[in-house]
Design a protein around this ligand. Structure first.
Ligand code: MG
Length: 259
């Protein structure tokens, strides 16, 4: 039996200018009451996915990102192997949902997509061991760590990574503590596959990343950790469409427009 079959795919969505929490079930979204970090109860009312607008599945508490976490991407960027996870953050004003446009100012120069697996933290913790780290996970989603590559020469990366709309996230959160090692992540640019790898190719696995971050900062419910991108990053221009798809979660799809 497919172990992912009975897992919930939590989402937030709008229809007719009203906002709901939902659970994706095939081509339908069921309205649920409650919240992701508590109990969810079915409201026995559904909409076809085509009739709704996905919103970011949560508004993150904090957004952590890991740089250089796949060997293939490390080689393409000419980086040295990292001895410990390279952590940076993005502001909450980067967050948009699936279907929302990424706005690219011309002065930003070259802008790249970076398809990534996002981890959603479910409970508060500090100094967490790798062994217990996954018990702090609420679920997983798709993330696009949009980056103004020409501006990444700032040594803090905040400007290059922190433009409004540079953090598409969603469409749903697969509620589980652990994903199978062979879970595949794929990024498409205008329908063409540009990135594809298994999450097991990460240099630092999710458990190590959580343990590392919690060694210096408290992680909280609603923290999102984008876990790094595989090889194949590339330029995206206004008029393009980028899709980040992860097995069992779905596809995060965003058009890029000029700002
Ligand atoms: Mg990245």
């Amino acid at each position: 039996m497919d172990p992912k079959k009975n897992l919930k795919k939590f989402c937030r969505f709008s229809v007719d200018a009203r906002v709901y929490n939902g659970v994706v079930r095939g081509n339908m979204v069921d309205i649920v009451e409650g919240d992701l970090f508590g109990d969810l109860s079915d409201m026995r009312m559904s909409f076809p996915v085509d009739h709704i607008k996905f919103l970011p599945p949560i508004i993150p508490t904090k957004i952590w990102c890991v740089g250089v976490n796949y060997a293939s991407h490390m080689r393409e960027m000419g980086h040295e192997p990292p001895r410990e996870p390279l952590i940076f953050m993005k502001p909450r004003t980067t967050v948009i949902g699936s279907g929302d446009p990424v706005r690219v100012p011309e002065w930003a120069g070259r802008v790249d997509y970076e398809g990534e697996l996002a981890v959603i933290i479910g409970r508060k913790g500090r100094n967490i061991s790798e062994f217990e780290a996954l018990s702090y996970v609420k679920g997983y989603s798709c993330y696009n760590d949009v980056t103004a590559r020409d501006l990444q020469t700032d040594n803090h990366w905040i400007r290059a990574k922190g433009f409004d709309t540079f953090g598409p996230f969603g469409p749903s959160i697969l509620v589980t503590e652990r994903l199978p090692d062979d879970t595949k992540i794929t990024t498409r640019l205008n329908g063409n596959v540009m990135q594809q790898d298994m999450i097991s190719s990460m240099i630092f696995p999710v458990s190590r990343i959580i343990s590392y971050i919690s060694g210096f900062a408290t992680i909280e419910p609603g923290d999102v950790i984008a876990t790094g991108t595989p090889a194949g990053v590339g330029r995206v221009k206004p008029g393009d469409r980028v899709e980040v798809e992860i097995d069992g979660i779905g596809a995060l799809i965003n058009p890029f427009i000029s700002d």
